[in-house]
Design a protein around this ligand. Structure first.
Ligand SMILES: Nc1nc2c(ncn2[C@@H]2O[C@H](COP(=O)(O)OP(=O)(O)OP(=O)(O)O)[C@@H](O)[C@H]2O)c(=O)[nH]1
Ligand SMILES: [Mg+2]
Ligand SMILES: [Zn+2]
Length: 319
């Protein structure tokens, strides 16, 4: 008998699947021939997706969030449905694509107000990763219990509000801001992403009482390199109709598949000005008549965000 379901966990070639509206879970492997013939949908406008699909053949063809058709008796996955989106990163070692979550709509980029203190340059990279995947990004600032004056943190994040991002302030430890975040999680599949040790798993444990995801021990300095969560997993929030993915902390964010020409669109506050540059291939770094640079001078674009863009685009220029 064939069924259709969502892969919510994968472990060494064995995938755990849930069928919508049912509580039973299934485990299945990928049909051998499917591994070879697998061609992902290249639907959509972007030739990038074709390249991605080719690259991905080397790594795991299934990601959490994939909808699959599987044979219940043989415990074999026979078909992977086309994806409408994916959150991927490149391996710093091999440059290979690794899809963290498929078919998601929103990424909650989680940082801490302190321990570790927010690294805005890294936050910008996470946001570019999300924007380049054409997903919605929201910012979550956890551990607000650790800062005596939250106003200072709010000022730090002001440029992101101006850029159009929603920012949620909360504390998983003191359980404030959790209900507000739960209301924001109404989309079908969303993911938590961010550096290690900021409290992604702790927040999920608060969102879903009884979940008991493993979190870093109190006092242990996880953000200095140790990762508590090692594989991405989808957690059903309500009767399998909305899901959140917990992902391992990313220490460094590489986004080789962001076209240099597309980087400027990954900064939402640039978009209104891009058409006004004198040259239509403006790099926004040295050219005369650059609308982005004059917006920075006029205080309409945050100067540090602009420098973050310059830094990333100069890295891209060397790839
Ligand atoms: N003070 C304070 N500590 C917190 C809060 N949330 C989490 N922590 C602590 O931060 C540490 C890391 O929490 P985790 O939830 O494991 O962090 P993570 O982001 O899932 O980390 P990785 O799985 O390694 O990516 C643990 O010691 C938590 O107890 C918070 O709101 N306030
Ligand atoms: Mg974790
Ligand atoms: Zn320009």
């Amino acid at each position: 008998m064939q069924r259709e379901g969502i892969v919510y966990r994968g472990n060494s070639g064995l995938y755990d699947i849930r069928v919508s509206g049912e509580s039973a879970v299934f485990s299945a492997r990928l049909k051998g021939t499917l591994k070879k013939e697998l061609i992902y949908s290249t639907s959509g406008s972007r030739p990038q997706r074709v390249t991605r699909a080719r690259k991905r053949r080397a790594t795991d063809p299934i990601a959490i969030g994939d909808t699959v058709v599987f044979d219940v008796d043989e415990r074999l996955i026979q078909e992977i449905k086309p994806r409408h989106s994916e959150l991927a990163r490149s391996s710093p070692q091999t440059g290979e694509q690794h899809v963290l979550v498929a078919n998601l709509d929103t990424v909650f980029v989680v940082f801490a107000a302190a321990e570790p203190k927010p690294d805005l340059w890294l936050l910008d990279r996470f946001l570019v990763l999300v924007e380049s995947a054409e997903l919605l990004a929201e910012i979550v600032i956890n551990k607000c219990d650790l800062v005596p004056d939250l106003e200072e943190t709010r000022i730090l994040l002001e440029p992101y509000v101006l850029a159009g991002y929603r920012v949620h302030y909360l504390s998983a430890r003191q359980s404030f801001g959790i209900d507000e975040l739960r209301n924001a999680l109404s989309t079908k599949i969303s993911a938590f992403a961010g550096p290690s040790g900021v409290g992604k798993s702790s927040i999920l444990n608060r969102l879903k009482p009884g979940l008991k995801l493993k979190t870093g021990d109190v006092g242990e300095i996880t953000y200095k390199g140790r990762h508590t969560t090692t594989t991405a997993e989808l957690i059903p929030l309500d009767e399998n109709s909305s899901w959140v993915a917990d992902t391992p902390g990313l220490r460094q964010v590489d986004f080789w598949d962001v076209d240099p020409e597309n980087l400027e669109y990954c900064f939402p506050e640039f978009r209104d000005f891009l058409d006004n540059c004198q040259y239509n291939n403006c790099s926004h770094r040295i050219e005369q008549g650059c609308a982005i640079r004059s917006a920075v001078e006029d205080g309409k674009i945050d100067d540090r965000r602009y420098r973050s863009f310059v830094q990333m685009s100069s890295e891209k220029a060397h790839v």
